[in-house]
Design a protein around this ligand. Structure first.
Ligand code: 4NP
Length: 163
């Protein structure tokens, strides 16, 4: 089983969006039985809350329903065998390293994106821009899934072309 945990600050805007988008791509690729996709926040400020209304709106516009609730990242995420920790921005990377030390397979999401020069997924909590965040997240998730497929020599039943 491959574990992917997306991490942002609050776990209500960016990382739940990425979780929902990657899960959709994994399902479409026929790989759902080989993946556990999840998300968490470096903070526990919004623990137990549903995703932000902006995230739920943009997901539903793309035909995706998200029912998860926020939680803080834990040692079990970082230690998961075959685990990928995918951070939304450089602050998240620094916070994770400060708390847990060096982490195998910790990457910023946009390292896998091919259609943008952005390094960080901007935080839409204060300023909005959920549609732009969606475009970055889906670009990054496509690249991430193709990376994991190659690394683990998985056999998708369909190519990942979701936009
Ligand atoms: P997220 O956005 O990290 O993408 O979930 C934020 C959510 C909440 C806060 C900041 C960013 N906050 O300050 O409460």
């Amino acid at each position: 089983m491959i574990h992917v945990t997306f991490v942002c600050l609050g776990n209500i805007c960016r990382s739940p969006m990425a979780e929902a988008v990657l899960q959709q791509m994994v399902n479409a690729a026929g790989l759902a039985d080989q993946f556990m996709v999840d998300s968490a926040g470096t903070s526990g400020w919004h623990a137990g809350e549903p995703a932000h209304s902006g995230t739920r709106r943009v997901l539903s516009q793309h035909g995706i329903t998200y029912r998860g609730s926020a939680r803080q990242v834990a040692w079990s995420d970082v230690r998961a065998e075959n685990g990928y920790i995918i951070a939304m921005d450089g602050h998240n990377v620094a916070d994770l390293q400060e708390r847990f030390g060096s982490i195998a397979r910790l990457y910023p999401l946009l390292e896998f994106a091919s259609e943008t020069d952005e390094v960080d997924v901007p935080d839409p909590y204060y300023t909005g821009g959920f549609d732009y965040v969606y475009s970055l997240v889906s670009d990054g998730c496509r690249g991430l899934l193709n990376h994991i497929i190659a690394e683990h020599v998985l056999q998708p039943t369909a190519h990942v072309i979701l936009k």
